[in-house]
Write a protein that binds this ligand. Structure first.
Ligand code: SF4
Ligand code: SF4
Length: 415
């Protein structure tokens, strides 16, 4: 009797593992699930489970930075405080299309944002359309506080964009602008209405619109009003804790989505096995937390020698990537591995602690992580001192982004 029960529990466990392995990820929303994409997904998961350092699978997700120029001055953002981790510019369509040609058959999703405002790029609509036509899900996160009109709204909807996230951290101008410095709440709401009208006109179900609300102490009382406003606009709302430079805090009286502290500790970093990040200048970063080009794993040369002689896959398996993946087997290695941003990252450190906990016979559910998501943010912000800079003063500063946009010639809007 007991033996039969045990066998059933074991088969249920294997069933759940197999189901988890075969189920497409939530980020595949909007993607055409071709056999090639699914096989690549499963191969990637197999590599991840084994902790392989050299991958035959291609990335299933790609972050593309259309531009690192931004019109706002958010105090918790490198760009907002005037940092220049790399030259301010706009990604060339040529570079983007080369990436798409190599990776497009395998990608489930492309995120068009990193450290700038993507809708300032005049090419972003074309980029999204190219991806949609290849059956890749697409997502843009915008501050949407910029001149916009019905024509642009129709262009955005017609591009086939899957999801439009809108950064809206407040329900009144007074609280909203404390973080979205220079932003206009009314303008953002008007722009959301324009997209709704374009969807109606073009009879389109997408983009799904998401009100992204980062909670800080100054806007915690706006949550309920924001929920009602989002409903009225036909938007979903995603509420998450805002990053703060200093001691972590809990929004009183609210349950707010947060990653960690245990979550990162229970898994190696998925970025290194599934998601590639290519910045506006062709710099390949290990994840979207890595801001400075000194932390890049490779540079895909822009211009006539785009990608050089190398394929993206040779970058995906270069020494830096392989060393970073190896840190999740043993956090050690030569000097070059110790210099990688991944070496001291809270995710890697937590995973090492978790493995020690397991080796000592500890149960997974008893493990207590000692890093919050906010610690990860602070870790990334503090990379600056390694590159000769002072500690960052998290204050909005005035940066002449119009000049940068003019020089690059890539902006479609005044910034
Ligand atoms: S909107 Fe704010 S957070 Fe986003 S890129 Fe601009 S300054 Fe940074
Ligand atoms: S820096 Fe951290 S989060 Fe980023 S890829 Fe490396 S281990 Fe992952």
């Amino acid at each position: 009797m007991l033996g039969r029960l045990k066998r059933r529990i074991v088969s249920l466990r294997w069933y759940l593992i197999a189901r988890g392995f075969l189920t497409p990820p939530t980020y595949a929303e909007g993607a055409r699930l071709t056999p090639k994409r699914l096989l690549n997904l499963y191969l990637g998961r197999y590599h991840f489970m084994r902790g392989d350092t050299k991958l035959r699978s291609h990335p299933t997700r790609l972050t593309v930075e259309p531009t690192n120029v931004c019109n706002l001055r958010c105090p918790g953002c490198f760009t907002g405080v005037g940092e220049t981790g790399r030259e301010r510019s706009f990604m060339s369509l040529d570079l983007y299309r080369r990436l798409l040609a190599e990776l497009g058959d395998y990608l489930l999703e492309i995120e068009f944002y990193n450290w700038g405002e993507p809708l300032l790029s005049k090419d972003v609509y074309t980029m999204i359309r190219d991806a949609s036509q290849r059956g890749i899900g697409t997502i843009v996160s915008t501050n949407f506080s910029m001149p916009f009109d019905a024509g642009r709204a129709e262009q955005l909807v017609a591009s086939g964009l899957t999801t439009l996230g809108v950064s809206l951290d407040g329900a009144s101008q007074a609280s909203y602008e404390q973080y979205r410095v220079r932003g206009s709440l009314e303008r953002v709401l008007d722009n959301c209405r324009l997209v709704n009208e374009a969807k109606r006109k073009l009879n389109a179900a997408t983009p799904r619109m998401v009100w992204e609300f980062h909670v800080f102490e100054h806007n915690v009382d706006d949550i309920e009003t924001a929920k009602a406003m989002a409903r009225e606009l036909g938007m979903e709302i995603a509420i998450s804790k805002g990053w703060v430079d200093g001691p972590d805090w809990q929004p009183p009286g609210h349950v707010v989505r947060e990653i960690g502290p245990d979550v990162p500790a229970r898994f190696p970093c998925t970025y290194l096995w599934e998601k590639a990040v290519v910045n506006n200048d062709g710099g390949v970063a290990p994840c979207c937390g890595a801001f400075y080009d000194e932390d890049d794993f490779a540079q895909l040369k822009v211009g006539a020698a785009d990608l050089g002689a190398a394929t993206f896959m040779s970058v995906w398996n270069n020494e830096s990537y392989q060393q970073a993946r190896a840190l999740f087997t043993a956090r050690e290695g030569p000097e070059s591995a110790r210099k990688l941003i991944c070496f001291d990252c809270p995710v890697t450190v937590s995973w090492e602690r978790y493995k020690q906990h397991q080796a000592a016979g500890g149960r997974p559910e008893d493990f207590k992580g000692d890093h919050s998501f906010n610690d990860g943010f602070i870790y990334f912000f503090n990379r600056r001192h390694l590159f000769g800079g002072e500690a960052i003063d998290l204050q909005p500063v005035d940066v002449p982004t119009q000049a940068a946009a003019d020089v690059a010639g890539g902006s479609s809007l005044p910034v």
